[in-house]
Design a binder for this molecule. Structure first.
Ligand code: GRF
Length: 210
């Protein structure tokens, strides 16, 4: 093994961090050829920061500023700076509850990915598993996509179906969806780290070799 530079991930999350854990542990096990360079949260007491620190990874709370659903200008600049200082190749949104636009997406053009707990373009936005349950669909799922200026509208990298079963509650369906997330997200991050997938307009193209 040479001292070759590893592909570096910057993970943003607001919650408990189960997707982050799946990705970080896959990096540590070698099944994702990348390393977590930094984890940042807009919530000081978020579980994701504890999960990062337990693993000896850099973890920072950066205050989001005055808005409820996005970062204010000062916060956006601080997030960009922290990710650039950590020299990240890919920004991985793992339950980050704020919309990223403008400057942030320009700084990391086509280098921001998100996981959404439904089969987009169905059920964008919040509590997508609950939207699916309320609508009455029999199949829902998980989508990993690039982030663009819209909400859950960027080019789709991969999707996995998840059945809705009789008697499901929001809780049981969400748990089943999260199980699928913990498999799909590391697999997609691994492919990106290997340069196996690119984007052309709205299409993502698999099977490339970087
Ligand atoms: C996941 O269900 C993901 O789909 C959504 O936010 C949730 C984050 O969960 N974007 P966790 O913090 O990774 O456990």
């Amino acid at each position: 093994m040479s001292g070759e530079r590893k592909y570096r991930l910057g993970v943003l999350g607001s919650g408990k961090g189960s997707n982050f854990v799946a990705i970080a542990d896959a990096c540590a096990a070698g099944s994702v050829p990348a390393e977590v360079a930094v984890v940042i949260s807009d919530v000081a007491e978020a579980g994701i920061l504890d999960r990062a620190r337990e693993r000896g990874l850099a973890a920072q709370f950066i205050a989001p500023g005055k808005f409820r659903t996005k970062l204010d200008e000062t916060a956006e600049a601080a997030y960009i700076r922290a990710l650039q200082e950590a020299e990240v190749d890919l920004v991985v949104l793992a339950g980050f509850m704020r919309i990223l636009k403008g400057e942030f997406l320009r700084a990391f053009a086509q280098r921001v990915v998100n996981i959404h707990p439904a089969l987009l373009p169905s059920f964008p936005g919040l509590e997508a598993w609950k939207q699916a349950l309320d609508y009455g669909v029999k199949v829902t799922g998980v989508t990993v996509h690039f982030v663009d200026q819209g909400v859950d509208t960027g080019p789709i990298l991969a999707q996995q179906t998840v059945p809705v079963l009789a008697g499901d509650t929001a809780g049981t369906l969400h748990a089943r969806i999260q199980e699928a997330e913990r498999v799909l997200y590391p697999a997609v991050v691994a492919a990106l780290a290997r340069g196996e997938v690119g984007v052309q307009g709205r299409q993502t193209v698999w099977g490339m070799k970087g």
